[in-house]
Design a protein around this ligand. Structure first.
Ligand SMILES: *[C@@H]1O[C@H](CO)[C@@H](O)[C@H](O)[C@H]1NC(C)=O
Ligand SMILES: CC(=O)N[C@H]1CO[C@H](CO)[C@@H](O)[C@@H]1O
Length: 395
């Protein structure tokens, strides 16, 4: 595999400047060295300083500016050279916005030292690209201080921090996922009381019930808990959320085994989650998928250029068979040719299937530094290539 990519890379590098660029291909941007000439019938359109793309049209018909790609490919069944055939657009497409869950060893921790909230300018950047959805991880121990527990009062300062960023997003027409990023562990112990967990969600959803653009993400990545136990906790939360009066919002439930898509049908989740019910009928199954060898998202090396679609295949079939909708809450990779193809393949297979309603990159957030999956503008590692080549084509 290594040798194959090395020689393919050389071949492309040598031949690219002599050829014109096919539609949807890159034709300019900082650091780009390939051809700037588009195939006939398409024109080179600047999206940002890092990326210009060949889009259908002739000089004068194509408009410029960062929102062009989304309006250009927003036809009901978009088709292009990256992903052919009939596709269903994602209703929700965006990024995770990390920060408030940082410093989890320091409870409650200090705002600005141990944790932070997402930057409004980052939200603006992604909305300018045409993205509409932001997942906001936070810690349950900061929201509900351990001294008074899951059924006690919320920390008003932390709750207000969450509300501020949520309102910023939804005020601009975006969707905000409220994500207790606790792996089903609260204050050092696995959550086992469905009743307390239900009360916690009933109380929290009550705070957001008047905002229809809020999405309730019941719990991030439970693991080392039987799938049936996780499904019971999720069902209790769904019932709690609806009983608070939050009846219109989308709810996302996650399974055990870090809610991995590639292990969905072997972890027990596929059996445990077929009977999940939402009294208000607006629920999807959130899964996560990384494309490195152990599926953890800790290596920038992807297994192959086709691993994305391959790892989603069984879960997609399960969603179809059970008439359920999926939501890919985390996908992330390194910025290299194999990974770009693998992400394109994953998102393409999802849109072709019609059963996935959304996808989010892991992760934006102000404190990632040089993390290889950071998509925080202006210069996170995933901004220059992944964003334009593997995400924007799926708006
Ligand atoms: C949480 O819900 C319980 C049960 O409905 C209620 O007794 C309690 O006052 C609520 N607490 C908060 C902080 O909303
Ligand atoms: C990319 C990333 O941070 N992924 C995290 C997702 O969740 C798993 C499970 O806890 C973490 O190990 C990963 O670091």
């Amino acid at each position: 595999m290594k040798a194959f990519f090395a020689s393919l890379g050389v071949a492309l590098a040598l031949s690219a400047p002599a050829l014109s660029v096919s539609v949807w291909g890159q034709c300019g941007g900082i650091g780009y060295t390939g051809s700037t000439v588009c195939d006939s019938g398409s024109v080179c359109n600047k999206q940002n300083d890092y990326y210009s793309q060949c889009i259908p049209g002739t000089a004068g018909t194509a408009t410029t500016g960062p929102t062009t790609p989304s309006s250009t490919i927003s036809a009901p069944s978009p088709s292009n050279s990256i992903c052919s055939g009939s596709r269903t657009k994602f209703q929700f497409f965006g990024v995770n916005e990390s920060g408030a869950e940082f410093g989890n060893l320091n409870i409650p921790g200090v705002l600005g030292t141990d944790y932070t909230w997402p930057s409004p300018s980052s939200i603006d950047f992604f909305m300018g690209q045409g993205f509409n959805t932001f997942r906001i991880p936070f810690l349950m121990e900061r929201m509900s201080p351990p001294a008074t527990g899951l059924t006690g009062p919320f920390d008003q300062t932390y709750l207000n921090g969450l509300k501020t960023i949520v309102n910023y997003i939804t005020g601009k027409g975006g969707f905000a996922l409220i994500d207790p990023h606790n792996f089903m562990i609260y204050n050092g112990a696995t959550i086992s009381s469905t009743s307390n967990f239900q009360t916690w969600w009933k109380n929290l959803s009550n705070e957001f019930k008047s905002n229809k653009n809020v999405v309730f993400d019941v719990q991030n990545e439970p693991h080392d808990i039987p799938a049936t136990t996780v499904a019971s906790l999720m069902q209790a939360a769904v019932n709690g959320i609806r009983s608070s009066g939050a009846t219109s919002q989308l709810i996302l439930v996650e399974g055990t085994s870090w809610t991995g898509a590639w292990t969905w049908t072997t972890s027990g989740n596929s059996q445990a989650f077929t009977s999940i019910k939402d009294p208000n009928n607006n629920l999807a199954i959130q899964m996560h998928q990384y494309l490195d060898s152990d599926g953890s998202g800790t290596s920038p090396t992807c297994v192959s250029p086709t691993i994305g679609a391959e790892r989603l295949q069984a879960a997609t079939q399960w969603l179809k068979d059970n008439n359920l909708k999926g939501f890919l809450g985390e996908i992330g990779t390194g910025s290299n040719a194999a990974c770009i193809s693998a992400v394109q393949g994953a998102l393409c297979s999802m849109q072709q299937s019609g059963v996935w309603i959304g996808a989010l990159w892991w992760a934006a957030g102000p404190w990632w530094g040089d993390y290889f999956q950071s998509i925080e503008p202006p210069s996170g590692a995933s901004v220059s290539q992944i964003l334009p080549q593997a995400l924007v084509p799926f708006l």
